[in-house]
Ligand binder design. Structure first.
Ligand code: HXC
Length: 257
């Protein structure tokens, strides 16, 4: 598929997706959503890719869903068209996805960042769910995922008032894993993604599944799931290679099988 709203580049084992509507601060249009869902499917089907970085530009990761596109939308059209459902395919990407956020990550932009497995933020990043100020509410998972990331009190306050968090607060609150100087954001995100892509792909994908289980199962069910997938790693060549390499005091050579 040819992409217009995003750029998709392959850099070794890493796919770099850049949201590419700089004039409107990467407002997320219906076409952006369609292209993101297609890119996710392409990446999942590509055996050479081990990790994804999703980024915007220095001023905006994304300033939300495209407000101009939504003005005329009615309930029945939104409901019948299952408006926004394609984002679920992005959230369901099976390869690890890192959000590299600089500038505004507001509304759908914050929600898109939270669909990723973790967020690295530049020191100028700003996160918020300002939908209430335009008479609506989060619709791409924000009310659910923000509460899971930062807890009820801060999520409620942010969604009810639209207040933005800066990068330092977002790190304190656990929304982002690390804050970096702006110039270091993309290089460090790519280095981190290369590291993940170099590791055993079955292990990496199983770990992603297991950590995600922590958010939608009771603890005992999650622990049992973890144990079973841990056992499953003993069926991989990479597990044997990893442990053998440790004992032989050499770097492992993973075949991703
Ligand atoms: C459409 C947008 C946009 C958006 C910015 N633009 N955000 N267009 N949808 N979400 C456009 C502006 O209209 C403007 O276009 C250009 O981008 C530059 O924006 P400015 O406002 O001039 O920039 P600035 O003064 O620097 O202010 C930055 C900003 C502001 C504070 C981020 O743009 C802003 O408040 N944006 C809206 C944020 C928001 O409410 N997001 C939530 C959307 S609802 P022109 O053509 O005038 O130059 C949402 C729901 C998600 O996300 C869940 C369900 C879909």
């Amino acid at each position: 598929m040819a992409y217009e709203m995003i750029l998709l580049e392959r850099r070794g084992g890493v796919a770099l997706i850049t949201l590419n509507r700089p004039k409107v601060l990467n407002a997320l249009s219906h076409q952006t959503m369609t292209e993101m869902a297609a890119a996710t499917a392409e990446i999942d089907a590509d055996d050479t890719i081990g990790c994804v970085v999703l980024t915007g530009n220095d001023k905006a990761f994304a300033a939300g869903a495209d407000i101009k596109e939504m003005i005329e939308l009615g309930f029945v059209d939104a409901y019948f068209g299952d408006h926004l459902a394609l984002w679920d395919r992005v959230a369901a990407c099976r390869k690890p996805m890192i959000a590299a956020v600089a500038g505004y990550a507001l509304g759908g932009g914050c929600e898109l960042a939270m669909m990723c497995d973790f967020i690295l933020a530049a020191d100028n990043a700003r996160f918020g769910q300002p939908e209430v100020a335009i008479g609506t509410m989060p619709g791409m998972g924000g009310s659910q995922r923000l509460a899971r990331f930062v807890g009820k009190s801060k999520a409620m306050e942010m969604c009810l008032t639209g207040r933005q968090m800066d990068a330092a607060e977002a790190e304190r609150a656990g929304l982002v894993s690390r804050v970096l100087p702006l110039a270091e954001l993309l290089p460090e995100a790519l280095r981190t993604a290369e590291k993940i892509a170099s590791l055993s792909r079955p292990a990496v994908m199983l770990i992603k599944e297991a950590v995600d289980r922590a958010f939608d199962t009771p603890l005992d069910v999650g622990i049992r799931f973890e144990r079973r997938v841990f056992h499953a790693t003993f069926a991989t060549e990479d597990r044997k290679e990893g442990m053998t390499a440790f004992v032989e005091k050499r770097p492992p050579v993973f075949c991703h099988r």
